[in-house]
Design a protein around this ligand. Structure first.
Ligand SMILES: [Zn+2]
Ligand SMILES: [Zn+2]
Length: 157
């Protein structure tokens, strides 16, 4: 049957152009829920550190926020460790495209950097945090971050 329209995995409504919605969910629904694809996990494939259980739930950690003045709208967005400064380039602005670059220019808008993911033990609930793409984190007081180099030898080695 070719007439069967796929349904969005979030809202359950039909997806008219499945080729443009590769996750099987409306892109607008994914945006509403702050969902996005995560890169490959960097957590070593090992059991829970506390109880040794072998089943963990990998979670994209999100928070609910609100924006607007007269018409306040709530949204769900990924939790992240810091914000870089997002600057819309002149070319992008005039072309109407959304492309942005992260620079050290004065802040226009906060760009989320360092999205958090959590691994929750399915048995004891112990939760481990990881930050996606840690090498991308900007360092400095303006970002609320500080680089700490503990040197080549530590007592934990
Ligand atoms: Zn939907
Ligand atoms: Zn556990």
């Amino acid at each position: 049957m070719s007439g069967e329209m796929p349904k969005c995995g979030i809202c359950g409504e039909g997806i008219y152009e499945p080729a443009e919605q590769p996750a099987g969910q409306h892109e607008s629904c994914r945006a509403n829920f702050g969902l996005h694809a995560l890169p490959a996990s960097r957590r070593p494939a090992r059991p829970c550190d506390r109880c040794g259980h072998h089943q963990l739930v990998r979670c994209l950690v999100r928070e609910r926020g609100a924006a607007g003045n007269n018409y306040v709208a709530s949204y769900v967005a990924p939790l992240q460790v810091t914000f870089a400064r997002k600057v819309v380039t002149k070319e992008a602005f005039f072309s109407g495209k959304k492309s942005t670059e992260v620079t050290n220019q004065p802040a226009v808008q906060g760009q989320a950097v360092g999205v958090l993911e959590a691994y929750v033990c399915r048995q004891c609930g112990f939760t481990e945090w990881y930050t996606v793409e840690p090498e991308q984190l900007p360092i400095g007081e303006a970002y609320g971050t500080e680089l700490i180099d503990v040197g080549p030898t530590t007592p934990y080695r």
